[in-house]
Design a protein. Structure first.
Lengths: 162, 210
């Protein structure tokens, strides 16, 4: 029996076949999947904010920020036996759920998350194989580490696989 | 914002804001629809981000929503959310003689515009009474509408809070149709920014212990 591993908001989790990994209701948040196709191990992070310097808490929730979440997902995968040089990435999310005439910084959080995720990936030299970002639709995503396909469901724009 | 400093009296004060605000909004809705609308006792909860989505049926549940930012003395976010079928019914009651379809992305401009206006009127009356009650200067931004997954929509209201905490204080008031008490028509969510709480408590004479 395969099961679906859940990733909550600001959460990180790992998966290996036959299980799949899933996060629901991505708005301007970004879902980042790192995977090792040979070792068949993958992990997903559900990122809310671009940078941990925004944090005002005494203890840092690493899963919440693009910079810390990707590093800690990377470390978790290496610890579980993934090959750092063989890691690849797929990302989805970063939508703008609401359109406002006044473009304050907060309203651009989706695109900022995506930019920061891409910077972090290239800093770690992880190739980004596929992405489905932007737009104004919420997404639910599920990754299968067996065939490395990412299924993206939206309410208004149907389902696609990348 | 230290949640440990919040005492039962503070939650009571927030509940009263939800009570007065949503009470005025329910009256406005009732006038608009020309039928009785009932309101549940507001709940005030300190909850994790995951639990907020659970309040409206899970992160993937599709809802119609109107969102606005509150600007002024105590900034925050406000959502008016209702199940898609309830939103369609509400708009059909307003746009007499029209069939409203809000699902599958083929919603008409007039329906979206009407939804936005309903949200505007309701949140405007909520906010006016919130402002009168506290004496704080509060203004709504232009409202924005979205019909999408509840989790995706609500997370938008969490950015200010998420830098400070993994929990949010949510003031939730549910509406029901007076003829069908068990059926929830919609929710009002008020999510003050973390720094706004001390201002609200101070304005109402119950400051947090420093």
């Amino acid at each position: 029996m395969s099961e679906i591993i859940k990733v909550g908001i600001a959460d990180i989790n790992l998966v290996s076949p036959p299980n799949t990994i899933r996060t629901t209701g991505l708005g301007s948040c970004v879902g980042v999947i790192l995977f090792d196709q040979v070792k068949k191990i993958a992990g997903m992070a559900h990122i809310m904010l671009p940078d941990s310097s925004l944090s005002k808490t005494p203890t840092l929730n690493e899963g919440k920020y693009a910079d810390t979440a990707i590093k800690s997902l990377y470390d978790m995968l290496i610890k579980s036996g993934a090959n750092g040089k063989g890691l690849k990435a797929k990302i989805a999310g970063g939508a703008q759920m609401f359109k406002f005439t006044s473009g304050s910084e907060m309203m651009r959080i989706g695109p900022r998350n995506v930019e920061r995720v891409k910077e972090e990936l290239s800093a770690l030299k992880i190739p980004l194989l596929a992405s489905d970002v932007g737009g104004s639709s919420g997404r639910t995503i599920e990754f299968n580490p067996e065939n490395t396909l990412l299924t993206i469901k939206t309410v208004n724009a149907g389902t696609k696989v990348i | 914002m230290d949640f440990l400093k919040i005492k039962p009296i503070h939650l009571d004060v927030l509940r009263e804001i939800g009570n007065i605000g949503a009470g005025h909004a329910a009256t406005a809705l009732s006038t608009m629809l020309n039928k009785a609308v009932d309101m549940k006792v507001p709940s005030v909860n300190v909850i994790s981000f995951e639990e907020i989505s659970e309040m409206v049926g899970g992160a993937e549940n599709v809802v119609a929503s109107v969102f606005l930012r509150i600007v002024g003395d105590a900034p925050g976010c406000m959502f008016f959310m209702l199940p898609v079928e309830q939103a369609e019914q509400l708009l059909e009651d307003l746009l007499v003689g029209q069939t409203v379809n809000l699902s599958n992305g083929d919603e008409s401009d007039i329906a979206l515009s009407a939804l936005q206006e309903v949200g505007n009127i309701l949140s405007g009356s909520y906010l006016t009474s919130f402002s009168d009650f506290t004496g704080l200067n509060l203004q709504p931004s232009v409202p924005a509408t979205s019909i999408d997954m509840a989790g995706a929509i609500l997370s938008f209201g969490l950015f200010e809070i998420s830098a400070v905490s993994d929990y949010a204080i949510v003031i939730d008031t549910a509406f029901t149709d007076i003829e069908r008490q068990d059926e929830v028509k919609g929710h009002f969510f008020l999510l003050p920014d973390p720094l706004s709480f001390s201002k609200i408590f101070h304005a109402l004479g119950v400051p947090l212990d420093e």
